[in-house]
Design a protein around this ligand. Sequence first.
Ligand code: NAG
Ligand code: NAG
Length: 470
Amino acid sequence: MPTMVALVLLLLLLLDGKLAWSAKEGQFDYHGFAAGKLTLDGSAKVMPSGVLALTNSINPPNGHAFHPTPLRFIQESKTVMNTAVVARSFSTSFVFAIEDEYHGLSCDGLAFVVSPTTDFSTANRRQYLGLLNATNGTPNNRILAVELDTIMNTEFHDINSNHVGIDVNSLVSRQAKTAGYYNDEDGAFRDLTLSSREPMQVWVDYDGQVKRLNVTLAPMQMSKPKNPLLSEAIDLSPIMVDMMYVGFSSSSGTIIAHHYVLGWSFSLDGPALPLDFSKLPTLPRVDTKTRSKILGIMLPLTTALVVAALLVAVFVFRRRRFSEVREDWEYEFGPHRFAYKDLFHATNGFKCSNLVGVGGFGRVYKGVLPASNFEIAVKIVSHDSRQGLREFIAEVVTCGRRPFSMDENNHRIVLVDWVLEHQRNGSILDTVDPRLIGNCNTEEAILVLNLGSFCTMSDDSSVTVLLEGR
Ligand SMILES: *[C@@H]1O[C@H](CO)[C@@H](O)[C@H](O)[C@H]1NC(C)=O
Ligand SMILES: *[C@@H]1O[C@H](CO)[C@@H](O)[C@H](O)[C@H]1NC(C)=O
């Protein structure tokens, strides 16, 4: 009987210990992130393999992933004299990889974040890492971040484009160092390239008693180097509120760099459980050798082809743009012709801001002929519109004379003055091309002439040019 009781007691004790272990408050580990476990927003998503991809798009540019429940980051510290609220010790490690879509062109990296909120809707992209906006943080933000930064932002006094930094309520790091680690054997510093696509492990350890934060970096398979990369004397108590979220933030800019997290372990008040690398998902693998080989052949070839195609397109476009069609009527009514190219330039390429009106048969643009500084109005009539063309011919020629010509006595006749004079004398009908009389509506012809002369009123140097467009 006493043995039974002892056994039951032992069993209960064991069970209790096991339960306490597995449910230990503030401790968790992820070997891959099977969908649904993390709180995600923006561009962050968990791939079928379990890899967390923080930036997989340019829009939305920011991606966040947080452990779904907040953790109690502060505790009361009682002394004989008083009771204070202090930040608890914590320890975390995670494996990440950063891959540039274009070699050497990265965006701004990723950050491990401790924050009172998971709402970063007012945060900016790019150098703000989806964490802060242009005000760049105030003590109210209460954000601790360890940034793995792959861009040098001079406004934040970044040391280079490949560094690790400790940020508190600001993207200006309190301390930053080039990415790398101190070798345990010889103590020498070994550089690491954050955006090399090689999985690396980061450890972040805070000692709440000594009030010191350490950050250590190493290639994934390596055991934790004894000397941390960064070691900062800091009391996190003023930053922490009762419940804080832990997670990751990243942002893409105008180009995509992929920020992956493969595994993550966290613990309050003690060391985080070591990650089991064999259980981590593998990166969406692109064989870099094949890729670089393919790129090595394809890139110059594609570039050459694209450049050739562009040149041909520009050549054809320019030819088409400035090529002209001669109409039958032109031979009959003389060369009222300005090169399309000149008119194109005179109207700034038929820019919208030069548009002065839209008629039934075409748009009218104002412009200035570069050579003469003549102010002109250019009407574009569709080459295919018969009606537009007929109207156009009626408008051009109505008088059947050139803008400037000589009379019998070798005096220069300016068409506009000549029409205006007839208009004043009430004999405008005399200016209508005799060839049109009987072939067109006389009233319409007079209307066109009146309109034409009206157009010249605002400025004596105005000439109306009517153009066949395409
Ligand atoms: C910047 O972020 C803070 C919170 O961090 C927010 O209160 C503020 O409204 C934001 N400013 C803008 C312009 O979004
Ligand atoms: C931080 O690093 C220093 C120097 O290596 C070490 O003495 C200290 O114990 C470390 N603290 C934590 C919390 O890892």
